[in-house]
Design a protein around this ligand. Structure first.
Ligand code: ZN
Length: 276
């Protein structure tokens, strides 16, 4: 889970840009008449998202939802259309193209954080558009939170960088299995803590991270085994802690940090039993 800088595009200008090349004078005029509702929806969304209350968002009255979805599809989703530039800008937000929802996949599409099929007024509202990998976007589809506890982390609003809350333990089986868990006791805001837990469950990050760690563990196995053979447990622990701290310097809650921390804390691993 990563955070992204919230887009600061002027909604009114962006909306007018998007409708500027819509075919038919009447169609354009009709969409033009929705500007007030779009601005109201955007303001309401922004306020609710900042207070962990997006589950309370409702569409403003008096809009043709289908026309707004079509506006997104034709003027933002397609290449060389007037609203496309923002699509491209947002897709470039993530560092190293990493998906902000899982931190593993490559961003491939724009996700409507609250789905446009239900919240049509948010079809082209910039801070409802979040770059996502295909898996995260597909898994979510038209799902949205109906109550507070169903809310997941919003990459533009929810800052989870201050504390470590992702941890792992090493299961002493075969060559070792890294099992992840979330501990939110350091997160002061109960709403944010609840979102972290729900996020992990709903994006299935426990198994995604476990699988990534399994691959990494295989890759470093020989190196650790040799270090233990040539020196001793203390040096292996030192090496593991170095890996942990170097990943931690980039992002406290990466699966790598939790993995190396768990390995360093496991006697089974550092005494060499995992390699026999
Ligand atoms: Zn993803």
């Amino acid at each position: 889970m990563r955070i992204l800088e919230k887009p600061n595009e002027k909604i009114e200008e962006y909306y007018n840009t998007c409708i500027s090349k819509v075919r038919g004078k009447q169609n354009r005029a009709k969409l033009g008449n929705y500007l007030e509702q779009i601005l109201t929806a955007a303001k309401d969304y922004d306020l609710k998202a900042s207070k962990h209350e997006l589950f309370k968002f409702t569409n403003p009255q008096g809009i043709d939802g289908k026309a707004l979805i079509k506006l997104y599809t034709n003027q933002v989703g397609k290449k060389n259309r007037p609203g496309r530039y923002l699509y491209n800008q947002l897709m470039e937000l993530p560092v190293n193209t990493k998906c902000p929802f899982c931190g593993i996949g490559r961003v491939k599409e724009l996700d409507h954080f609250l789905p446009k099929s239900v919240f049509e007024s948010l079809s082209i509202v910039p801070f409802n558009l979040v770059p996502s990998c295909r898996d995260c976007n597909q898994d979510k589809k038209t799902d949205f939170p109906r109550v507070a506890r169903e809310q997941t982390l919003h990459p533009y609003y929810d800052n989870t960088l201050d504390f470590q809350w992702l941890f792992a333990r090493l299961i002493e089986k075969n060559t070792g299995i890294i099992e992840y868990y979330v501990d939110v006791k350091n997160i002061q805001s109960p709403q944010l803590a609840s979102k972290v837990k729900e996020h992990f469950k709903s994006y299935d990050l426990y198994s995604i991270y476990r699988d990534s760690a399994a691959e990494e563990l295989l890759g470093v196995r020989e190196q650790h085994q040799n270090l233990l053979r040539d020196t001793n447990s203390l040096n292996l622990i030192k090496q593991l802690k170095k890996s942990e701290s170097s990943f931690k310097a980039v992002y406290k809650n990466s699966w790598q940090v939790a993995m190396y921390e768990a390995l360093a804390g496991s006697d089974w691993y550092t005494s060499g039993k995992a390699f026999s």
